[in-house]
Design a protein around this ligand. Structure first.
Ligand code: PRP
Length: 184
């Protein structure tokens, strides 16, 4: 039986198996890059929470984990260009090697803002890791150092990504049926 959420999904873009395999590879790549450097994983909430949980377990580095919560979309399907911090860093990041973990890099507005913000807070280095990269929509010159999958310009949900705060618990990356968001 398909769940009530699954009935709103047009198609699966990245399966659970593909996610698992790619996240494992990304974990190994980060391990090799940061071994001995005690990096700080910095998850950008809310969307990254599922990816962060899987990525840090795929990467057995001595490291700690911090979060920041920002928003820019306010229940719409395109970026407003404004970024607001809803929950700020809880520790000093001076001299730390940051691994920023995002679920999706879209217009680049969020990461352009955060990169600047973390530099002013004294980070030693910033590495951008995103599960999904949607380069066709980029407005700012921000590029991932490590990306899981490149995705087309479709409205994707699941594995942490939402539409109007829902569908984050869909276990794969799916494309939402247009009628779901065109009714709002
Ligand atoms: C999403 C996503 C990124 C941002 C990427 O967050 O998690 O943080 O948009 O888009 P951009 O490259 O166009 O800035 P959103 O603001 O939807 O909040 P959420 O993480 O709480 O879902």
């Amino acid at each position: 039986m398909r769940s009530e959420m699954e009935r709103d999904i047009l198609k699966v873009l990245v399966t659970e198996e593909e996610l698992k395999a790619r996240v494992a590879e990304m974990g190994v790549e980060l391990y090799e890059k940061f071994e001995g450097k005690n990096p700080l994983f910095l998850g950008v909430l809310k969307g990254s929470f599922v990816f962060v949980a899987d990525l840090v377990r795929a990467c057995q580095l001595k490291s700690d984990i911090e979060f920041i919560a920002v928003s820019s979309y306010a229940n719409a399907t395109s970026s407003s260009g404004r970024v607001k911090i809803n929950y700020d860093l809880q520790q000093d990041i001076t001299g730390r090697h940051l691994i920023i973990v995002e679920d999706i890099l879209d217009s680049g507005n969020t990461l352009a803002f955060l990169k600047e913000y973390f530099m002013t807070k004294g980070a030693a280095s910033i590495t951008i890791v995103t599960l999904l990269d949607k380069p066709s929509r980029r407005q700012k010159a921000v590029y991932p150092d490590l990306a899981g999958f490149e995705v087309p310009d479709e409205f994707v949900v699941g594995y942490g990504l939402d539409y109007a705060q829902q569908y984050r618990n869909v276990p794969y990356i799916g494309v939402l049926k247009p009628e779901v968001y065109s009714h709002k």
